[in-house]
Design a protein around this ligand. Structure first.
Ligand code: PLP
Length: 508
């Protein structure tokens, strides 16, 4: 396989070494910068020639890299040629239009420009004055996104790196609201403190459990509520669990609902969950890391019903809003509690304007914060609300088209509803074509073997999950370059690899 992209196959720069002091010469930066943008353009133009899943074996890249750092600087030409020769083969191409695994996502040109500029500004937006642009652009851009999603005006947004961190901060704010002086006195060595409880569905993302662990609540503080046949939180079971905990002296304080679960994109019944939260005065956090972006599509906004009354909500523009990783937003209607949980201002960070402005470091564990708002601002301005909605709408159409082929075929079956752009399915080839007994395990093995052989071709990438007792293949459409021809191609590949797996089984 020829890994090299056309342009980078030929040397493009004359050797540029670091000067004895200071940064790269301006003229070199300009020239190499132009060439790198050309390199990226070629990368996108040729990306379909590259295998989606990196074909290297563990340790291959490390074995080719020097184990000690260079004593003297090297030329950019050498560095970029190693990027082509060594790094590129070790990349799994999330920007490939046939990347259908996990939640397929993609960067976009305006987002890349935003990242580039933010690296140039290199602002640490811990205080308003250390980057007024970062602070104010963040407030304005997140308010635009709030309006696009149809969220309540009382919800203010703040940017974190990932949904895991965003939800962790929501849990910390919720705990602060319980008024148990945990910030001051902690949780250990306190006989006065009852067990605090957070409720999630069995389908919730592991980040919530990690958040609970990180906050020192302990895994026993997390109660996993069963789900219904469509993988949505069972509201009656939630109500029962809360009542039971209260009777046993446990202190419920937070429910986390998921709008767009990771395994199947199921949508918890938030309108019914919020009723329970309001009755028991519990904080409702909504993990809409994936599906929240779909709320910008007017006809999909119903998926967020009830979320307007939530206390906090996480959405990841780096998942489905064409914004390069990383950028996650926490909307919260009690920023005061978030601030109370985290604000700690030493003398060296005190500023005259601190009572009049938002200082980002008051709202989380980080001091310095990247200028992430810039890329989202550029993405929203470049595509516009309607342009972004059109792309998400098209992804949903493609997923539903694929689901319709699954539905019509007797070799395949859907394993979950398709509310958005994720299809969970499996091969269910007729029993007489399967090896020996048609046990659930043999179907799991068949599907696993289809997925591994297809992924190994490098032509497309799928991932899997377990839904109930079934291994499900997941096809997620979320890449800005994915079109109907790519959906057609993965369908052909799946059918070819099903036949291959069946023929292998009959040889066993
Ligand atoms: N929540 C949900 C529903 C997710 O699907 C994911 C990741 O796929 C996360 C949270 C974690 O996202 P992040 O990688 O931004 O922490």
């Amino acid at each position: 396989m020829n890994w090299q992209l056309n342009r980078m196959a030929r040397p493009t720069t004359t050797g540029v070494f670091a000067p004895p002091s200071g940064d790269m010469a301006a003229a070199d930066f300009r020239r190499i910068g132009h060439e790198l943008i050309d390199w990226i353009s070629d990368y996108f133009e040729n990306i379909e020639d590259l295998p989606v899943l990196s074909q290297i074996q563990p340790g291959d890249l490390k074995a080719q890299l020097p184990s000690s750092p260079p004593a003297q600087g090297e030329s950019m030409e050498q560095i970029i040629s190693d990027l082509d020769r060594l790094v590129l083969p070790a990349i799994t191409h999330w920007s490939h239009p046939s990347f259908f695994a996990y939640f397929a996502t993609s960067t976009s040109a305006p987002g890349i420009f935003g990242e580039l500029l933010s690296a140039a500004f290199d602002n640490k937006a811990m205080l308003w004055r250390t980057s007024p642009a970062s602070t104010e652009l963040e407030e304005v851009t997140l308010d635009w996104l709030r309006q696009m999603m149809g969220l309540d005006a009382a919800m203010s947004g703040i940017i974190y790196d990932t949904a895991s961190v965003s939800s962790l901060h929501a849990l910390a704010a919720a705990r602060e609201g319980v008024e148990l002086k945990i910030r001051e006195q902690g949780m250990s060595g306190r006989p006065d403190l009852s067990l605090l409880r957070v409720y999630v569905s069995e389908q919730s993302h592991s980040s919530i459990e990690k958040g609970v662990i990180t906050l020192g609540l302990g895994q026993r503080s997390l109660r996993k509520v069963p789900t219904d046949s469509a993988f949505r939180m069972d509201v009656a079971a939630l109500a029962q669990a809360i009542e039971e905990d209260k009777r046993n002296g446990i202190v419920p304080f937070c429910v986390v609902a998921t709008v767009g679960t990771t395994s199947s994109s199921s949508i918890d019944p938030v309108p019914a969950i919020i009723e329970i939260c309001e009755k028991h005065v519990l904080w409702l956090h909504v993990d809409a890391a994936y599906a929240g972006s779909a709320a910008i599509v007017p006809e999909l906004r119903y998926l967020m019903d009830g979320c307007g009354r939530a206390d906090s909500l996480t959405v990841n523009p780096h998942k489905w809003l064409f914004t390069p990783f990383d950028l996650s937003v926490l909307y919260c209607r009690h920023l005061d509690l978030l601030r109370r949980a985290f604000s700690l201002v030493p003398e060296y960070l005190r500023t005259p304007e601190q009572e009049r402005v938002r200082n980002g470091s008051d709202y989380g564990i980080q001091l310095g914060r990247r200028f992430r708002a810039l890329k989202l601002w550029m993405v929203i301005r470049y595509f516009g609300h309607e342009g972004l909605a059109a792309r998400i709408r098209e992804h949903c159409r493609l997923a539903k088209l694929f689901a319709s082929w699954i539905d019509e075929s007797c070799d395949w079956e859907l394993l979950a509803p398709v509310p958005l752009a994720l299809v969970c399915f499996r091969a269910c080839a007729p029993a007489n074509r399967l090896h020996k007994e048609d046990s659930p395990k043999s179907l799991d093995r068949l599907n696993e073997s289809i997925m591994h052989s297809l992924n190994a071709t490098g032509k497309a990438l799928l991932s899997h999950t377990r839904l109930g007792d079934k291994l499900a293949l997941r096809l997620s459409v979320g890449n800005i370059r994915t079109s109907e021809k790519h959906i057609q191609k993965i369908w052909e590949l799946l059918n070819a690899h099903l036949q291959l797996a069946l023929s292998r089984q009959s040889l066993d």
